[in-house]
Design a binder for this molecule. Structure first.
Ligand SMILES: Nc1nc2c(ncn2[C@@H]2O[C@H](COP(=O)(O)OP(=O)(O)OP(=O)(O)O)[C@@H](O)[C@H]2O)c(=O)[nH]1
Length: 325
């Protein structure tokens, strides 16, 4: 039986980072992945593609609602092929998926070669308190997990770390909580079988939850921007500094005419820009609530540089000051 592990967690909490850590760790296990992104350009698939043997992707929606059991079975069948066997399958849910719905989907699979392997919930320690103010229904998600990773502990000081850890432990009601940064956990914590509570019993409450609570993703939408022309660094930096109302998460790539490619990630107020070896042009997925798509598209279109040759290299500093590598 191939265990199928679901990795869930709110937007930007560190699911792809965890997945990459698992793929890089020399576990000796062959890992197949299903990657689900909310935006129409599957940025997550681009970030994991280099390291994985076997991957199926689903963009533009949440696996929990966009897919039924037979669709999931098709995806699992593509990964659990007899001629290219994998030892474990990891499903990275989109940051807006409902974990109970994901678990139900996997439990409902009719594929005789796979078995549900648990739910890992990644929590962003730096954003958790403000996120739960906006979305109180997310508290419940913590209780469905088999393992909670309280990630990004490096972003907060020791006192805040202790406070968030205590809060998450209380809300998680007995689910083990492991503080971490950059998803760096011992892979065996996730892959080795554990004694799980009876899912059939829990499923009743899942049904209640799914029927009566609005899914968080109902409030969210995504806007995509793509351009092969370089962006003007000063105008782009202004866009970054003064991000549109409602925007919570941005990910993708940008280039500024200096011959370099940059990978960009923002989560809440956090900005992470890195040099990236592969050329991608500019492709950005922005996710938030009540976004003004027209204004965002116009601001970014106006930030495209019509004459890259005229750029002053010093202008680049306005964006490269965000570079973390
Ligand atoms: N400082 C810090 N940054 C982190 C940590 N884990 C992830 N990040 C950064 O947080 C950003 C989002 O991480 P991802 O792994 O892409 O998050 P995700 O949960 O896959 O995001 P979605 O799929 O959009 O929901 C990236 O810039 C990561 O480099 C961490 O522990 N500490």
């Amino acid at each position: 039986m191939i265990p199928v592990l679901v990795v869930a967690g709110f937007l930007g909490s560190g699911k792809t980072t965890l997945l990459n850590h698992l793929l890089r760790a020399r576990t000796g296990l062959r890992i197949g992945v299903i990657v689900n992104d909310f935006g129409s350009v599957n940025i997550d698939a681009m970030t994991v593609a280099a390291q994985v043997d076997s991957m199926v992707t689903l963009g533009n929606g949440c696996l929990c609602c966009a897919v039924d059991v037979s669709d999931l079975d098709d995806m699992l069948a593509r990964l659990a092929k007899p001629d290219a066997p994998v030892d474990v399958i990891v499903i990275e849910a989109s940051g807006l998926a409902e974990p109970p719905a994901m678990v139900k989907l996997v439990l409902g699979s009719t594929n005789p070669h796979v078995a549900y392997g648990g739910l890992v919930e990644v929590v962003d320690a730096a954003e958790f308190e403000s996120t739960r103010e906006r979305h109180p229904q997310l508290d419940k998600h913590l209780r469905y997990a088999d393992l909670l990773l309280l990630n990004k502990m490096d972003r907060i000081d020791a006192a805040a770390g202790e406070r968030v850890l205590a809060l998450v432990r209380e809300l998680a009601a007995g689910v083990p909580v492991v503080p971490t940064d950059h998803g760096r956990v011992d892979p065996h914590l996730l892959f080795d079988p554990v004694d799980r509570p009876d899912w059939a019993e829990r499923q009743l409450s899942f049904d209640d939850l799914i029927e009566h609570e609005p899914h968080v993703h109902a409030e969210y939408e995504s806007v995509t921007f793509e351009s092969d022309q370089p962006m003007n660094p000063i105008r782009f930096a202004r866009f970054l500094a003064d991000r549109p109302a409602g925007l919570y998460r941005m990910k993708g790539y940008a280039h500024f005419g200096d011959g370099e490619q940059y990978a960009l990630q923002t989560v809440g107020g956090y900005i992470d820009l890195r040099r990236e070896p592969e050329p991608h042009g500019t492709r950005l997925v922005m996710i938030g609530a009540a976004l003004d798509a027209e204004l965002i598209t116009k601001t970014l279109t106006d930030a495209v540089e019509p004459d890259p040759a005229s750029l002053d290299p010093l202008d680049l500093l306005s964006v490269t000051r965000y570079v973390r590598d």
